[in-house]
Design a protein around this ligand. Structure first.
Ligand code: NI
Length: 180
């Protein structure tokens, strides 16, 4: 088991569009470590750039949520190709600790992705899984929940955001200091 550091809001890697995965070999270790990290942090979804890796892949496990049954997923190079309906849901994010925001998103999506073997799938997905996928796809495109809410909602957590960003930038600076 290997835990990775979660990258927080303010770190530039969370604002860039992640690279397409072309080489499917050698992803196993990264994905296992991502699962360990996500479980340790009590998250239900985690995108690669949230652990500092610039690749278009994310994982989800919503098995513990009431009524979902076993629901563990690895999605690579995912794309939402269509969406419909509308729903509101309170979301949190491992990269913005202790912040919860009501986010409006489409209810249903048509989602195209590759599995760990590179095989392409296209599925219609709704409910919590659709919600979680949309949140993680946003991450891989450099988008946060704070970009999906009104200015007033964002302003209400302004203090928290500023403090997370400062800490995150300090950490990024420290990391650079060790590069020789
Ligand atoms: Ni998140």
């Amino acid at each position: 088991m290997a835990l990775m550091d979660i990258v927080h809001y303010g770190d530039p890697i969370l604002r860039k569009k992640c690279r397409v995965v072309k080489d499917f070999k050698g992803l196993n270790k990264l994905i296992n470590d991502m699962f360990d990290t996500m479980y340790e942090e009590n998250g239900i979804g985690l995108a690669a750039n949230q652990v500092g890796v610039d690749l278009n892949l994310f994982i989800i496990d919503i098995s513990d949520i009431e009524g979902e049954g076993e629901s563990i997923h690895i999605f690579i190079n995912g794309q939402i190709i269509d969406s419909s309906g509308e729903s509101w849901f309170e979301e949190g994010c491992l990269s913005i600790p202790d912040v919860r925001l009501d986010v409006k998103r489409p209810e249903k999506i048509i989602f195209k992705y590759q599995d760990i073997d590179g095989k392409i799938h296209t599925n219609e997905i709704e409910g919590l899984l659709s919600r979680a996928i949309q949140h993680e796809v946003d991450h891989l495109n450099g988008v946060f929940i704070i970009d999906r809410v009104s200015k007033t909602s964002k302003f209400s957590i302004d203090k928290e955001l500023k403090s997370i960003k400062k800490e995150s930038l300090d950490k990024a600076k420290q990391r650079k200091a060790f590069v020789l």
